[in-house]
Write a protein that binds this ligand. Structure first.
Ligand SMILES: *Cc1c(COP(=O)(O)O)cnc(C)c1O
Length: 495
C-alpha cells in the first residue's frame, strides 16, 4: 500500500531542479577562508543540496504544516491532555523582547521585570492550589513529579525515617506516576479502583503502613472522576506518617473549586501547559511547577525567586537553603511557557478561572450524555472535564473496535480522542472537549460519533477500513513501531 498519496508532499530533493536556486545569492566567502583547513577536511565535490526557488520552499513547508492537526484548525478532543484554546495575546507577551531576548545569565539587577513576573506567578499558583510555596523550575509534569517525590524522599531522610520504601499508586493514575516512583528509588504498590472509579479504600488501607513514603493520587483521576474518598484517603496517609502527592495535570477541572493544599495534600505539580494555555499539541516545551506545604519548603529546588524587603527581586544563591534537593533544570525553567501561564491567569482573574473549570465540566458532561446509548459510558456519575466512553458493547455487537471508530472520525474531519487509555477500561476512549468549544462544535462532534455507531451496525467493513479520505490509509502500527522503515525512497519505488 502506498503511503505517499497525493496530499503528501514530495521532499525538497524531489522538487529540486538544477540551477533553480540560482536566485538565492549568498555572499562570497572571504578570500583564503579555507586556506587553513587541512586538505583532508575539504570536500572534493559540493554537497548534493536541493536547488529550489523561494516560493517552492515556502509552499512545501506551508503545505506540510496543513497536514498537522491543531486547536487552531479544528476540535481536538484528546483526553488527559487538555488541548485547549491558546489566546494569541499570550504569544505576543511571550515574544516581547524583554522576555524572549533576556540572556539567562544576566545579573538579577538587569532582569527585574522577568523575576517579578516569575515571583508573581509563584504567588498565584500557591493561591490557586492552597500550597505555601511553588518552584517553577521543572520542565514538564513528569519532571514535576520527580521533583515532588525527591522532596518526599529528602523529607523522610531528614527525619531519620529510612524505612519508607514504598509509593502507593492507584491504577487510575497516569503512567508517569509509577515511573517517577521507581526513578526516585521507590517500590511502586498498585492500588485497584473500586467499581465507582474511586480508590478502593480497603485495598488502600491494607497497603498503607510504616513502609509507605507517599501516595500519588491523580485527581481528578485519568477516568475523569473526582476522587470521592479524598478526605478519608488523606487522613489515612497522614496517620501512617506518609505524604500525599497530587498529580495536578487535571487541574483544569477544578480551578476555584478545590484547593489541594487546603484539602491536605502535601505536594503537587501543575501542568501549566494543560491548565493555563500554551500550545501543547506539538509536544513542544511545557512547564511543571511544583507546590508544597510549609514542611517541604526547605527541600524545594534552588533557586526560588525571592523578593527583598526593599522590593527588589533576586534568585536564591546556591547553598542558601542547605536542605534543597538542588537544581532540577538549568536557569529559571521554561520561562516562555511561564509568561504565557501568567498572562492567562491574570487575564482571567479568580472569577474567570472558576468559570473555565465550570464550562469545561459542563461541556464534558454534555458530550457524555449525547454519546450515552451509542457507546458505553461507565461509572454512572458526573464526570469532571473529561470522560471515558467505551466501544466494548459496540464491538460485541458489530466487531467494530475503538481503533476503528477513531480512524473513521478522521474521515469525518475530526481528530480522534485518546484511545485505549485509561488501561483499566476495555475499548476505552478518553474524551476532553475543554471549556471553549461552542455548543455547535460539541453537537457536530457528537453527531459524527453517533453516525459512526450507526455505520458500525449497517456497514461494519466501512468503519473497519477507515480512514478512506486521509492522506494515508490505515497503517500497520505494530510493524511501524517494531521495524520502522525511515529511509526515504522516491515515490515511484514505494509499493
Ligand atoms: C500529562 C500528564 C502527566 C505528564 O505531564 P507532562 O507535562 O506530559 O510530562 C502526568 N499526569 C497526568 C494525569 C497527565 O495528564
Amino acid at each position: 500500500m502506498s503511503v505517499t498519496g497525493n496530499p503528501l508532499q514530495p521532499t525538497l530533493l524531489e522538487l529540486s531542479r538544477p540551477g533553480r536556486g540560482a536566485g538565492t545569492r549568498l555572499p562570497a566567502a572571504p578570500a583564503g577562508a579555507l586556506a587553513r583547513l587541512p586538505a583532508a577536511a575539504l570536500r572534493a565535490t559540493p554537497p548534493a543540496l536541493p536547488e529550489l526557488n523561494e516560493a517552492t520552499v515556502v509552499r512545501h513547508y506551508v503545505n506540510l504544516s496543513h497536514l498537522n492537526w491543531s486547536v487552531d484548525t479544528g476540535f481536538y478532543p484528546l483526553g488527559s491532555c487538555t488541548m485547549k484554546y491558546n489566546p494569541k495575546v499570550n504569544e505576543w507577551a511571550a515574544r516581547l523582547p524583554g522576555f524572549a531576548a533576556l540572556h539567562p545569565l544576566v545579573p538579577d539587577e538587569a532582569a527585574q521585570g522577568t523575576l517579578e513576573l516569575l515571583w508573581r506567578l509563584e504567588q498565584d499558583l500557591a493561591e490557586i492550589s492552597g500550597m505555601d510555596a511553588v518552584t517553577l523550575q521543572p520542565a514538564a509534569g513528569a519532571q514535576g513529579e520527580l521533583t515532588g517525590i525527591l522532596m518526599v524522599r529528602a523529607y523522610h531522610r531528614a527525619r531519620g525515617d529510612l524505612a519508607r520504601t514504598d509509593v502507593l499508586v492507584p491504577d487510575s493514575a497516569h503512567g508517569t506516576n509509577p515511573a517517577t516512583a521507581s526513578m526516585a528509588g521507590f517500590r511502586t504498590v498498585n492500588i485497584p479502583s473500586a467499581p465507582d472509579g474511586g480508590v478502593d479504600l480497603e485495598a488502600f488501607r491494607a497497603a498503607l503502613g510504616p513502609a509507605t513514603a507517599a501516595v500519588m493520587i491523580t485527581n481528578p483521576s485519568t477516568l475523569g472522576l473526582f476522587e470521592p474518598r479524598v478526605v478519608e484517603l488523606l487522613e489515612l496517609v497522614h496517620a501512617a506518617g506518609a505524604l500525599a502527592y497530587m498529580d495536578g495535570a487535571n487541574l483544569n477541572a477544578m480551578l476555584g473549586h478545590f484547593r489541594p493544599g487546603a484539602a491536605g495534600f502535601d505536594v503537587m505539580h501543575f501542568n501549566v501547559h494543560k491548565t493555563f494555555s500554551t500550545p501543547h499539541g506539538g509536544g513542544g516545551p511545557g512547564a511543571g511547577p511544583v507546590g508544597v506545604r510549609n514542611h517541604l519548603v526547605p527541600f524545594l529546588p534552588e533557586p526560588l525567586v525571592l523578593r527583598e524587603p526593599d522590593g527588589a527581586f533576586r534568585l536564591e544563591r546556591t547553598g542558601e537553603r542547605p536542605a534543597s534537593i538542588g537544581r532540577m533544570r538549568s536557569f529559571a525553567g521554561n520561562v516562555g511557557i511561564l509568561v504565557r501561564a501568567y498572562a492567562y491567569i491574570r487575564a482571567h482573574g479568580a472569577d474567570g478561572l472558576r468559570e473555565v473549570s465550570e464550562d469545561a465540566v459542563l461541556a464534558a458532561n454534555y458530550l457524555k450524555h449525547r454519546l450515552a446509548g451509542a457507546y458505553d459510558v461507565p461509572f454512572g456519575r458526573p464526570c469532571m472535564h473529561e470522560f471515558v466512553a467505551s466501544a466494548a458493547t459496540l464491538r460485541a455487537g458489530t466487531g467494530v473496535r475503538t481503533l476503528d471508530v477513531a480512524k473513521r472520525l478522521i474521515d469525518k474531519g475530526y481528530h480522534p480522542p485518546t484511545i485505549y487509555f485509561p488501561l483499566t477500561v476495555e475499548e476505552a476512549m478518553l474524551i476532553e472537549p475543554t471549556e471553549t468549544e461552542s455548543l455547535e462544535t460539541l453537537d457536530a462532534f457528537a453527531d459524527a460519533m453517533l453516525e459512526i455507531a450507526r455505520e458500525a451496525h449497517d456497514d461494519p467493513d466501512l468503519v473497519k477500513g477507515a480512514p478512506h479520505e486521509a492522506p494515508v490509509r490505515r497503517l500497520d502500527e505494530a510493524t511501524a513501531a517494531r521495524q520502522p522503515d525511515l529511509r526515504w525512497r522516491p515515490a515511484a519505488q514505494v509499493d
